[in-house]
Design a protein around this ligand. Structure first.
Ligand code: SAM
Length: 238
């Protein structure tokens, strides 16, 4: 899977690209990341990437020319990739959307700054607009990292244990169950006895009950949409 990010702040992404699960995946070639700075595609001495908005008002707008030149360079290097603009006005992403994104061969992500980017660039060059939530960030870099992180951990081989991603919250429409590790007692808190029982069916049942209970308490909207599978019903009935 290939990611190209058009950003005024490539350094921000470089740090992320070097650490943790995503850093390892990039290192091992499961995914690749290339960064394109519109400032490198300016033609004036000040390397201008923004200008005042037509119609007046506060803030600046990212200009078309440097963005388009950076985007064209990325497109030449990443044929077959689609283009997404990170925007608070885009489709709000959830785990299902992340799965769809992961199925494409590659994405060129545009991270905006200031008041955003000139609308004509979106109109002409952007295939999709994605939001990471109904709030406003100062720039699209964090949003790009959020999306890439969520996608990369789904790629086969990215996680140490293949089941980890399958058990995570939202993957099967439920929140994850609680997790515990050694020591067995912390202050006066123990570990649920089912997890110490060695009985795999009891452990599976306990985890499912916890997932269902948590989802029901914290996110009843998820449960309403999802319901229960026959296998889950059977397990709960055991
Ligand atoms: N004026 C824009 C608006 O209200 O729609 C917001 C611009 S915001 C200050 C600057 C940049 O941050 C945007 O161009 C976008 O790339 C990014 N951004 C802000 N909030 C975001 C969100 N919720 N999801 C994805 N990107 C976001």
């Amino acid at each position: 899977m290939r990611f190209d990010v058009v950003t005024l702040f490539p350094d921000l992404l470089q740090v992320w690209a070097g650490v943790g699960v995503t850093g390892r995946a990039l290192n091992r070639g499961l995914a690749s990341l290339q960064l394109w700075n519109p400032r490198d595609y300016t033609e004036d001495v000040h390397r201008t990437v923004d200008d005042r908005p037509y119609g007046g008002g506060p803030g600046m707008v990212m200009k078309v020319a440097p963005l388009r030149a950076a985007l064209e360079a990325a497109r030449a290097a990443a044929s077959g990739s689609r283009v997404a603009y990170l925007s608070p006005q885009g489709r709000v992403l959830d785990q299902a959307a992340v799965g769809e994104i992961a199925a494409a061969p590659g994405w060129i992500l545009i991270a905006g700054r200031y008041e955003g980017i000139d609308e004509r660039l979106i109109e002409r060059y952007v295939d999709e607009e994605w939001s990471i939530g109904d709030y406003v960030l100062s720039g699209g870099e964090l949003a790009a990292m959020v999306v890439m992180d969520a996608v990369i951990r789904l790629l086969p081989g990215a996680l140490g244990h293949e089941d980890s991603a399958r058990q995570d919250s939202h993957v099967d429409g439920l929140l994850d169950c609680p997790h515990y590790t050694r020591p067995e007692v912390v202050e006066d808190l123990g570990v649920p006895p089912e997890l110490l029982s060695g009985d795999h069916a009891a452990i599976r049942r306990w985890r499912l009950q916890q997932s269902l209970g948590r989802t029901w308490l914290r996110r009843p909207d998820l449960l309403e949409r999802r319901g229960l599978s026959d296998a889950e019903r059977a397990l709960l009935d055991e």
